[in-house]
Design a protein around this ligand. Sequence first.
Ligand SMILES: Nc1ncnc2c1ncn2[C@@H]1O[C@H](COP(=O)(O)OP(=O)(O)OP(=O)(O)O)[C@@H](O)[C@H]1O
Length: 337
Amino acid sequence: MIEIKNLTKVYKTKKGEVKGVDNVSLTVKEGEIFGIVGYSGAGKSSLLRCINLLERPTSGSITVDGTDLTSLKGEQLRSSRLKIGMIFQHFYLISQKTVYENISFSLKAANYPKGQVKQRVEELLKMVGLSDKRDVYPSQLSGGQKQRVGIARALANNPKVLLCDEATSALDPTTTKSILTLLKKINKELNITIVLITHEMDVVKEICSRMAIMQDGRVVEEGSVYDIFANPHTALTKEFIESIVTLEIPEVILKSCQGPIVKVTFKGKVAGEGVISDTLQQFNLKGNFLHGSIEYIQEQPLGIFIMELKGQKEEIEKALNYIENRAAQVEVLHNGL
Ligand SMILES: Nc1ncnc2c1ncn2[C@@H]1O[C@H](COP(=O)(O)OP(=O)(O)OP(=O)(O)O)[C@@H](O)[C@H]1O
Protein backbone atom coordinates (compact mmCIF):
# COMPACT_ATOMS: atom_id res chain seq x y z
CA MET A 1 0.00 0.00 0.00
CA ILE A 2 2.83 2.42 0.86
CA GLU A 3 6.22 2.03 -0.75
CA ILE A 4 8.96 4.35 0.45
CA LYS A 5 12.14 4.11 -1.60
CA ASN A 6 15.50 5.68 -0.76
CA LEU A 7 13.80 8.66 0.82
CA THR A 8 15.98 11.53 1.98
CA LYS A 9 14.80 14.84 3.38
CA VAL A 10 17.36 17.58 3.85
CA TYR A 11 16.44 20.85 5.60
CA LYS A 12 18.41 23.96 4.78
CA THR A 13 18.97 26.02 7.89
CA LYS A 14 21.08 29.08 8.67
CA LYS A 15 23.61 26.78 10.29
CA GLY A 16 23.79 24.50 7.27
CA GLU A 17 22.00 21.41 6.06
CA VAL A 18 20.20 18.99 8.40
CA LYS A 19 19.26 15.50 7.23
CA GLY A 20 15.83 14.82 8.76
CA VAL A 21 15.46 11.52 6.87
CA ASP A 22 18.46 9.67 5.50
CA ASN A 23 17.89 7.15 2.71
CA VAL A 24 14.90 5.30 4.20
CA SER A 25 13.17 2.47 2.36
CA LEU A 26 10.06 0.90 3.90
CA THR A 27 6.99 -1.00 2.76
CA VAL A 28 3.68 -0.77 4.59
CA LYS A 29 1.24 -3.48 3.57
CA GLU A 30 -2.44 -2.92 2.93
CA GLY A 31 -4.57 -3.22 6.06
CA GLU A 32 -1.76 -3.21 8.59
CA ILE A 33 -1.04 -0.89 11.48
CA PHE A 34 2.60 0.08 11.18
CA GLY A 35 4.45 1.86 13.98
CA ILE A 36 7.54 4.06 13.67
CA VAL A 37 9.38 4.55 16.95
CA GLY A 38 12.30 6.78 17.85
CA TYR A 39 13.46 9.45 20.23
CA SER A 40 12.93 13.13 19.60
CA GLY A 41 14.85 14.24 16.52
CA ALA A 42 15.08 10.72 15.03
CA GLY A 43 13.21 11.82 11.91
CA LYS A 44 9.78 10.27 12.52
CA SER A 45 7.73 13.41 11.80
CA SER A 46 9.81 14.26 8.76
CA LEU A 47 9.26 10.78 7.35
CA LEU A 48 5.53 10.79 8.12
CA ARG A 49 5.08 14.23 6.60
CA CYS A 50 6.86 13.08 3.45
CA ILE A 51 4.32 10.25 3.03
CA ASN A 52 1.57 12.73 2.16
CA LEU A 53 4.00 15.28 0.80
CA LEU A 54 3.34 17.83 3.53
CA GLU A 55 7.13 17.88 3.20
CA ARG A 56 8.54 17.31 -0.27
CA PRO A 57 11.35 14.74 -0.12
CA THR A 58 14.75 15.92 -1.31
CA SER A 59 15.18 12.59 -3.10
CA GLY A 60 13.55 9.19 -3.27
CA SER A 61 9.96 8.21 -3.98
CA ILE A 62 6.67 7.59 -2.15
CA THR A 63 4.09 5.37 -3.78
CA VAL A 64 0.66 5.19 -2.13
CA ASP A 65 -1.92 2.78 -3.48
CA GLY A 66 -0.04 2.48 -6.75
CA THR A 67 0.47 6.22 -7.34
CA ASP A 68 3.92 7.76 -7.17
CA LEU A 69 3.09 10.93 -5.22
CA THR A 70 6.52 12.44 -5.75
CA SER A 71 5.81 12.71 -9.47
CA LEU A 72 2.58 14.70 -8.94
CA LYS A 73 1.89 18.41 -8.58
CA GLY A 74 -1.10 20.76 -8.24
CA GLU A 75 -4.60 19.31 -8.67
CA GLN A 76 -3.38 15.76 -9.27
CA LEU A 77 -1.44 15.81 -6.00
CA ARG A 78 -4.37 17.36 -4.10
CA SER A 79 -6.78 14.68 -5.26
CA SER A 80 -4.33 11.84 -4.55
CA ARG A 81 -3.80 13.27 -1.07
CA LEU A 82 -7.48 12.67 -0.31
CA LYS A 83 -6.54 9.00 -0.04
CA ILE A 84 -4.44 9.91 3.01
CA GLY A 85 -5.96 11.22 6.25
CA MET A 86 -3.84 12.56 9.07
CA ILE A 87 -4.25 13.18 12.79
CA PHE A 88 -1.97 15.17 15.08
CA GLN A 89 -0.79 15.29 18.68
CA HIS A 90 -2.34 18.74 19.18
CA PHE A 91 -5.47 18.01 17.11
CA TYR A 92 -5.45 21.31 15.14
CA LEU A 93 -9.20 21.84 15.32
CA ILE A 94 -10.62 25.20 14.31
CA SER A 95 -11.65 26.78 17.60
CA GLN A 96 -14.31 29.10 16.13
CA LYS A 97 -16.14 26.19 14.49
CA THR A 98 -18.38 23.58 16.10
CA VAL A 99 -17.59 19.88 15.97
CA TYR A 100 -20.01 19.53 13.05
CA GLU A 101 -18.42 22.44 11.20
CA ASN A 102 -14.87 21.19 11.80
CA ILE A 103 -15.74 17.93 10.07
CA SER A 104 -17.94 19.37 7.31
CA PHE A 105 -15.16 21.83 6.50
CA SER A 106 -12.99 18.94 5.20
CA LEU A 107 -15.84 17.62 3.10
CA LYS A 108 -16.58 21.02 1.57
CA ALA A 109 -12.90 21.60 0.83
CA ALA A 110 -12.91 18.35 -1.15
CA ASN A 111 -16.12 19.27 -3.05
CA TYR A 112 -18.15 16.53 -1.38
CA PRO A 113 -21.73 16.52 -2.81
CA LYS A 114 -23.51 19.24 -0.82
CA GLY A 115 -26.70 17.26 -0.25
CA GLN A 116 -24.77 14.42 1.40
CA VAL A 117 -22.59 16.40 3.80
CA LYS A 118 -24.98 16.31 6.77
CA GLN A 119 -25.49 12.57 6.52
CA ARG A 120 -21.74 11.93 6.18
CA VAL A 121 -20.87 14.07 9.22
CA GLU A 122 -23.48 12.29 11.30
CA GLU A 123 -22.15 8.92 10.18
CA LEU A 124 -18.62 9.97 11.18
CA LEU A 125 -19.72 11.32 14.55
CA LYS A 126 -21.44 8.04 15.26
CA MET A 127 -18.33 6.10 14.31
CA VAL A 128 -16.13 8.05 16.73
CA GLY A 129 -18.80 8.06 19.48
CA LEU A 130 -19.46 11.81 19.54
CA SER A 131 -23.00 12.16 18.17
CA ASP A 132 -24.01 14.10 21.30
CA LYS A 133 -21.23 16.70 20.81
CA ARG A 134 -22.30 17.73 17.31
CA ASP A 135 -22.90 21.40 18.12
CA VAL A 136 -20.29 22.16 20.77
CA TYR A 137 -17.00 24.02 20.26
CA PRO A 138 -13.56 22.38 20.70
CA SER A 139 -12.91 24.31 23.93
CA GLN A 140 -15.80 22.38 25.52
CA LEU A 141 -14.21 19.00 24.72
CA SER A 142 -11.69 16.85 26.58
CA GLY A 143 -8.39 15.92 24.88
CA GLY A 144 -9.71 12.48 23.95
CA GLN A 145 -12.89 13.97 22.48
CA LYS A 146 -10.84 16.48 20.48
CA GLN A 147 -8.80 13.62 19.04
CA ARG A 148 -12.04 11.82 18.13
CA VAL A 149 -13.08 14.91 16.15
CA GLY A 150 -9.62 14.87 14.54
CA ILE A 151 -10.16 11.24 13.57
CA ALA A 152 -13.65 11.93 12.16
CA ARG A 153 -12.25 14.82 10.13
CA ALA A 154 -9.37 12.68 8.84
CA LEU A 155 -11.78 9.93 7.74
CA ALA A 156 -14.31 12.29 6.14
CA ASN A 157 -13.19 11.74 2.55
CA ASN A 158 -12.86 7.95 2.85
CA PRO A 159 -9.05 7.74 2.86
CA LYS A 160 -7.24 4.44 2.38
CA VAL A 161 -4.41 5.46 4.69
CA LEU A 162 -4.44 7.21 8.06
CA LEU A 163 -1.22 8.83 9.30
CA CYS A 164 -1.05 9.40 13.05
CA ASP A 165 1.53 11.91 14.30
CA GLU A 166 2.01 11.22 18.04
CA ALA A 167 -1.79 11.01 18.21
CA THR A 168 -1.94 9.90 21.83
CA SER A 169 1.11 11.67 23.26
CA ALA A 170 -0.95 14.49 24.79
CA LEU A 171 -3.45 12.10 26.39
CA ASP A 172 -3.62 10.30 29.73
CA PRO A 173 -3.21 6.49 29.76
CA THR A 174 -6.93 5.67 29.93
CA THR A 175 -7.82 8.07 27.12
CA THR A 176 -4.85 6.76 25.12
CA LYS A 177 -6.29 3.26 25.42
CA SER A 178 -9.70 4.37 24.20
CA ILE A 179 -8.20 6.19 21.20
CA LEU A 180 -6.06 3.15 20.34
CA THR A 181 -9.17 0.97 20.54
CA LEU A 182 -10.91 3.35 18.14
CA LEU A 183 -7.94 3.23 15.73
CA LYS A 184 -8.02 -0.58 15.83
CA LYS A 185 -11.75 -0.52 15.06
CA ILE A 186 -11.22 1.84 12.12
CA ASN A 187 -8.42 -0.34 10.80
CA LYS A 188 -10.55 -3.49 11.01
CA GLU A 189 -13.96 -2.24 9.98
CA LEU A 190 -12.93 0.22 7.28
CA ASN A 191 -9.77 -1.65 6.21
CA ILE A 192 -7.74 1.54 6.51
CA THR A 193 -3.97 1.13 6.58
CA ILE A 194 -2.53 3.03 9.54
CA VAL A 195 0.98 4.41 9.98
CA LEU A 196 1.69 5.89 13.38
CA ILE A 197 4.72 7.56 14.83
CA THR A 198 5.35 7.57 18.54
CA HIS A 199 8.07 7.62 21.17
CA GLU A 200 5.93 5.31 23.34
CA MET A 201 6.71 1.66 22.83
CA ASP A 202 3.53 0.54 24.59
CA VAL A 203 1.44 2.23 21.88
CA VAL A 204 3.20 0.06 19.30
CA LYS A 205 2.86 -3.04 21.45
CA GLU A 206 -0.85 -2.36 21.86
CA ILE A 207 -1.91 -1.98 18.22
CA CYS A 208 0.84 -2.42 15.63
CA SER A 209 1.61 -5.58 13.73
CA ARG A 210 4.91 -4.33 12.28
CA MET A 211 7.28 -1.56 13.20
CA ALA A 212 10.45 0.32 12.38
CA ILE A 213 12.87 1.98 14.78
CA MET A 214 14.52 5.21 13.69
CA GLN A 215 17.69 6.96 14.80
CA ASP A 216 19.48 9.90 13.14
CA GLY A 217 17.11 9.86 10.17
CA ARG A 218 17.68 6.19 9.44
CA VAL A 219 15.73 2.98 10.06
CA VAL A 220 17.90 0.86 12.35
CA GLU A 221 15.56 -2.09 12.76
CA GLU A 222 12.32 -3.21 11.16
CA GLY A 223 10.04 -6.23 11.42
CA SER A 224 7.03 -7.75 13.14
CA VAL A 225 6.43 -6.25 16.57
CA TYR A 226 6.41 -9.73 18.08
CA ASP A 227 9.77 -10.71 16.57
CA ILE A 228 11.35 -7.42 17.55
CA PHE A 229 10.20 -7.84 21.16
CA ALA A 230 11.40 -11.46 21.16
CA ASN A 231 14.76 -10.78 19.55
CA PRO A 232 15.83 -7.14 19.40
CA HIS A 233 19.05 -6.61 17.46
CA THR A 234 20.15 -3.09 18.31
CA ALA A 235 20.92 -1.46 21.64
CA LEU A 236 18.36 1.25 20.84
CA THR A 237 15.59 -1.29 20.28
CA LYS A 238 16.50 -3.05 23.53
CA GLU A 239 16.27 0.29 25.31
CA PHE A 240 12.79 0.93 23.93
CA ILE A 241 11.61 -2.53 24.92
CA GLU A 242 13.09 -2.17 28.39
CA SER A 243 11.12 1.05 28.77
CA ILE A 244 7.99 -1.09 29.08
CA VAL A 245 9.29 -4.55 29.94
CA THR A 246 11.61 -3.83 32.85
CA LEU A 247 13.98 -6.67 33.53
CA GLU A 248 16.43 -4.77 35.66
CA ILE A 249 18.00 -6.63 38.57
CA PRO A 250 19.45 -4.65 41.47
CA GLU A 251 23.27 -4.69 41.68
CA VAL A 252 23.22 -6.10 45.19
CA ILE A 253 21.24 -9.14 44.00
CA LEU A 254 23.55 -9.65 41.02
CA LYS A 255 26.57 -9.60 43.33
CA SER A 256 25.07 -12.27 45.53
CA CYS A 257 24.73 -14.69 42.57
CA GLN A 258 27.57 -17.08 41.75
CA GLY A 259 26.06 -19.27 39.04
CA PRO A 260 25.40 -18.09 35.50
CA ILE A 261 22.48 -15.71 35.15
CA VAL A 262 20.49 -16.54 32.05
CA LYS A 263 17.63 -14.89 30.24
CA VAL A 264 15.24 -17.34 28.63
CA THR A 265 12.72 -16.07 26.08
CA PHE A 266 9.86 -18.32 25.06
CA LYS A 267 7.88 -17.57 21.93
CA GLY A 268 4.26 -18.48 21.32
CA LYS A 269 2.26 -21.05 23.19
CA VAL A 270 5.34 -22.70 24.64
CA ALA A 271 5.52 -19.72 27.02
CA GLY A 272 2.89 -21.34 29.16
CA GLU A 273 4.59 -24.72 29.41
CA GLY A 274 6.66 -25.95 32.29
CA VAL A 275 9.84 -26.12 30.20
CA ILE A 276 11.96 -24.54 32.89
CA SER A 277 10.83 -26.82 35.70
CA ASP A 278 11.29 -29.86 33.41
CA THR A 279 14.81 -28.72 32.61
CA LEU A 280 15.81 -28.11 36.20
CA GLN A 281 14.57 -31.55 37.14
CA GLN A 282 16.16 -33.37 34.21
CA PHE A 283 19.62 -31.87 34.70
CA ASN A 284 19.50 -31.81 38.47
CA LEU A 285 19.83 -28.04 38.70
CA LYS A 286 18.46 -25.42 40.99
CA GLY A 287 17.01 -22.25 39.55
CA ASN A 288 16.94 -18.98 41.42
CA PHE A 289 14.31 -16.88 39.66
CA LEU A 290 15.27 -13.20 39.53
CA HIS A 291 12.70 -11.87 37.08
CA GLY A 292 9.85 -13.07 34.94
CA SER A 293 7.05 -11.80 32.78
CA ILE A 294 4.69 -12.97 30.10
CA GLU A 295 3.88 -10.21 27.63
CA TYR A 296 1.02 -10.49 25.19
CA ILE A 297 1.86 -8.97 21.83
CA GLN A 298 -0.77 -9.20 19.12
CA GLU A 299 -2.50 -11.65 21.49
CA GLN A 300 0.53 -13.97 21.34
CA PRO A 301 2.38 -14.79 24.56
CA LEU A 302 6.06 -13.98 24.90
CA GLY A 303 7.61 -15.29 28.09
CA ILE A 304 10.82 -13.79 29.47
CA PHE A 305 12.50 -15.25 32.55
CA ILE A 306 15.81 -14.40 34.18
CA MET A 307 17.34 -16.83 36.63
CA GLU A 308 20.55 -17.93 38.24
CA LEU A 309 21.38 -21.57 37.52
CA LYS A 310 23.09 -23.63 40.16
CA GLY A 311 24.55 -27.06 39.50
CA GLN A 312 27.36 -28.79 37.62
CA LYS A 313 28.82 -26.77 34.75
CA GLU A 314 28.38 -29.55 32.15
CA GLU A 315 24.80 -30.08 33.23
CA ILE A 316 24.09 -26.35 32.97
CA GLU A 317 25.48 -26.37 29.40
CA LYS A 318 23.31 -29.33 28.49
CA ALA A 319 20.30 -27.68 30.09
CA LEU A 320 20.77 -24.50 28.05
CA ASN A 321 20.97 -26.54 24.83
CA TYR A 322 17.88 -28.43 25.87
CA ILE A 323 15.94 -25.22 26.49
CA GLU A 324 17.10 -23.79 23.15
CA ASN A 325 15.80 -26.87 21.39
CA ARG A 326 12.42 -26.32 22.99
CA ALA A 327 11.81 -23.21 20.86
CA ALA A 328 13.34 -20.77 23.30
CA GLN A 329 16.20 -18.32 23.13
CA VAL A 330 18.83 -18.35 25.83
CA GLU A 331 21.23 -15.56 26.60
CA VAL A 332 23.80 -15.69 29.40
CA LEU A 333 23.74 -12.24 31.00
CA HIS A 334 26.28 -12.59 33.84
CA ASN A 335 28.81 -15.05 35.26
CA GLY A 336 29.26 -16.79 31.88
CA LEU A 337 30.08 -20.47 31.68
N1 LIG B 1 11.50 22.37 9.27
C1 LIG B 1 12.71 21.99 9.68
N2 LIG B 1 13.79 22.78 9.47
C2 LIG B 1 15.02 22.39 9.86
N3 LIG B 1 15.27 21.22 10.49
C3 LIG B 1 14.24 20.41 10.74
C4 LIG B 1 12.90 20.75 10.35
N4 LIG B 1 12.09 19.74 10.73
C5 LIG B 1 12.86 18.82 11.33
N5 LIG B 1 14.15 19.20 11.33
C6 LIG B 1 15.30 18.45 11.86
O1 LIG B 1 15.26 17.14 11.32
C7 LIG B 1 15.60 16.18 12.32
C8 LIG B 1 14.44 15.20 12.47
O2 LIG B 1 13.34 15.90 13.08
P1 LIG B 1 11.89 15.26 13.24
O3 LIG B 1 10.97 16.31 13.79
O4 LIG B 1 11.50 14.61 11.96
O5 LIG B 1 12.17 14.14 14.33
P2 LIG B 1 11.13 13.39 15.25
O6 LIG B 1 11.67 12.02 15.44
O7 LIG B 1 9.77 13.50 14.69
O8 LIG B 1 11.25 14.19 16.59
P3 LIG B 1 10.07 14.93 17.43
O9 LIG B 1 9.24 13.85 17.99
O10 LIG B 1 10.81 15.72 18.46
O11 LIG B 1 9.36 15.80 16.42
C9 LIG B 1 15.94 16.97 13.58
O12 LIG B 1 17.33 17.15 13.63
C10 LIG B 1 15.23 18.28 13.38
O13 LIG B 1 15.89 19.31 14.05
